[in-house]
Ligand binder design. Sequence first.
Ligand SMILES: NC(=O)c1ccc[n+]([C@@H]2O[C@H](COP(=O)([O-])OP(=O)(O)OC[C@H]3O[C@@H](n4cnc5c(N)ncnc54)[C@H](OP(=O)(O)O)[C@@H]3O)[C@@H](O)[C@H]2O)c1
Length: 270
Amino acid sequence: MKISKKFFFIGSGNMAQAIIRGLIEANFVEAENIVCNDIVKEKVLNIQQRFGVSIAKDKRKAIIEADIIFLSVEPQNVFKVFDEIRNFIKRKTVIISIAAGITTKFIEDDVKKDVAVIRAMPNIPALVRSGVTALCKGRFVSNDQFQKAKSLFSSVGKVEVLDERNFDIITSLSGSGPAYIFYFCELMQEAAEKLGLNKKVAEIFVVQTVYGSGKLLEMTRKSAKALKEKVKSPNGTTAAALECFEDHDLQNIVYEAMKQAMNRSRELSK
Ligand SMILES: NC(=O)c1ccc[n+]([C@@H]2O[C@H](COP(=O)([O-])OP(=O)(O)OC[C@H]3O[C@@H](n4cnc5c(N)ncnc54)[C@H](OP(=O)(O)O)[C@@H]3O)[C@@H](O)[C@H]2O)c1
């Protein structure tokens, strides 16, 4: 599916670039229908060079011309952005926000118009069209507008429609989740090097281990717990490592870390 709507991305950082790349590669939207803006000039110039999108010379004009405003600045900058754009948003414009913690109600109240607001929590594997996005809609979104948003994010991975009250948990799970996996990879690689393995070799084996394990989870549809048990033979090497994780209460560390991420998302909405 290709749509001919005009997109305006406010904030052209990591996540916006991942989505723009995914949308163009998936042939969901033509680069000529994407306009970008960022306070860091090099970012928009880079994105223009890489993807052939346009740069907004006049933010107000870009807002007026856009069918879909994509809000992809850091949550703490959302307030400032709305101060700049509030008066130029047309009633039939759709606002898609990916800002962690910012609710649809906050945006609706701020814009003070019956404008369609869709909240999304994507993740960085959208860059390779293997992301997962949670979506919910505000009060003024039509079925057709929501359907288009679903198609948009489907072009960069899986999409699940969720109740907005779950968004802080989802943010701590899949929004931040890739960083936990990368951190674990970093630690495994460092440990292998410390144990005497060459850096390059350690990297190759970590990458393929994570890639293959993710694929196995996805393809077999078996639970992570069941697959873990398949690797673990009684009294074997895996059991020795897993026991060490348990002794150091990794389960509780993961729970506490995700709770911190969830609470931070809640704080950002205030
Ligand atoms: N990264 C992820 O994996 C991920 C996943 C899910 C959701 N998100 C959400 O996506 C949003 C963007 O995250 P990100 O990682 O892409 O951040 P990022 O790389 O820092 O990109 C945000 C960009 O917006 C710019 N910006 C700030 N205020 C602006 C303004 N008033 N007008 C135009 N541009 C402005 C920033 O400039 P400065 O750097 O100068 O501030 C920065 O270049 C966040 O709200 C985050 O919660 C991110």
